[in-house]
Design a protein around this ligand. Structure first.
Ligand code: PEP
Ligand code: MN
Length: 285
């Protein structure tokens, strides 16, 4: 394949392990579990999420503050105010956060307030943005484009690597097809292929693939069984009231149950769900 000089696996054991925080890493035996709402809606909402997930093995909180919405009339995210919420949550709960960057001018603020950047599907081939996060100095979750080939996906990662950032995580989140029963088609073949051809950690986002909460847990398990290094799942204190992606949001209780249900699947493929560490960490405020 291709000319992915930096993303390509050079020998069978070639695997990048990234440290996300003192206790969380990705690419080794332990899976990285990322959870949280589609959109940061309020400090209270994020406190509820963090308090609940503190007793689980979720190690990174997600939440969008700059949102790529199909309609210009839909809620576009809290913007900079949302970044302050993320850093407050990080201070209170000592949990790393990830949020989406849509444009170059947002990088600086996100790097200041969050621990990881996410490049969404709609920006997977925004080459100027890919180049710019090359110097962000923080891990980047790169989501596969809505109809991107595996080669295009790997080459998008290559842009970030080639511009100086070696901390790239690939995220399979489903691709467009003809059937609208599911929102997208979770391409598990791509997960297997990416693990074979690149050394980068690969995660699965079953939420945007499924589009329906009742499909999410089984797809998360399938992702782990296929060799993913982690999962990213949307959950919310009141799922039906989510301002975006309500239909696919899990309750916090269902999120906790999902994480536990991954343990035997992980063990079957030589992986481990991390112990629930956050509950032992003291809130500092
Ligand atoms: C999201 O993670 O909320 C999101 C917008 O995802 P995607 O870019 O995969 O559609
Ligand atoms: Mn979403």
């Amino acid at each position: 394949m291709l000319t992915a000089k930096l993303a390509a696996k050079t020998h069978p054991q070639h695997q990048t392990i990234l440290n996300i925080s003192k206790t969380a890493s990705i690419g080794g035996e332990e899976l990285l579990i990322i959870g949280g709402p589609c959109t940061v809606e309020s400090l209270n909402q994020m406190e509820q999420v963090a308090n609940h997930l503190a007793h689980t093995s979720v190690q990174v909180l997600r939440g969008g503050v700059y949102k790529p919405r199909t309609s210009p009339y839909a809620f576009q995210g809290l913007g900079d105010a949302g970044l302050n919420i993320l850093s407050t949550i990080n201070r209170h709960h000592n949990i790393p956060t990830v949020t989406e960057v849509m444009t170059i001018s947002q990088i600086e603020g996100i790097v200041e307030h969050a621990d990881m950047l996410q490049i969404g599907s709609r920006n997977m081939q925004n080459f100027d943005l890919l180049k710019a996060v090359g110097s962000a100095g923080k891990p980047v979750i790169l989501k596969r484009g809505l109809a991107a080939t595996i080669e295009e996906f790997v080459m998008a990662a290559e842009y970030i690597l080639a511009h100086g950032n070696s901390e790239v995580i690939l995220c399979e989140r489903g691709i467009r097809s003809f059937d609208n029963y599911t929102r997208n088609v979770l391409d598990l073949g791509a997960v297997v292929a990416l693990k074979q051809i690149t050394h980068l950690p690969v995660i699965v986002d079953p939420s945007h693939a499924a589009g329906k909460r009742e499909l999410v847990a089984a797809l998360a398990k399938a992702g782990v069984a296929a060799g993913a290094d982690g999962i990213m799942v949307e959950c919310h204190p009141e799922p039906e009231k989510s301002v975006s992606d309500a239909r696919q949001a899990l309750s916090l209780e269902d999120m906790a149950a999902l994480v536990e249900s991954l343990r035997p699947i992980a063990a079957a493929v030589g992986r481990r769900v991390p112990v629930a560490k956050m509950g032992q960490q003291l809130a500092v405020a």
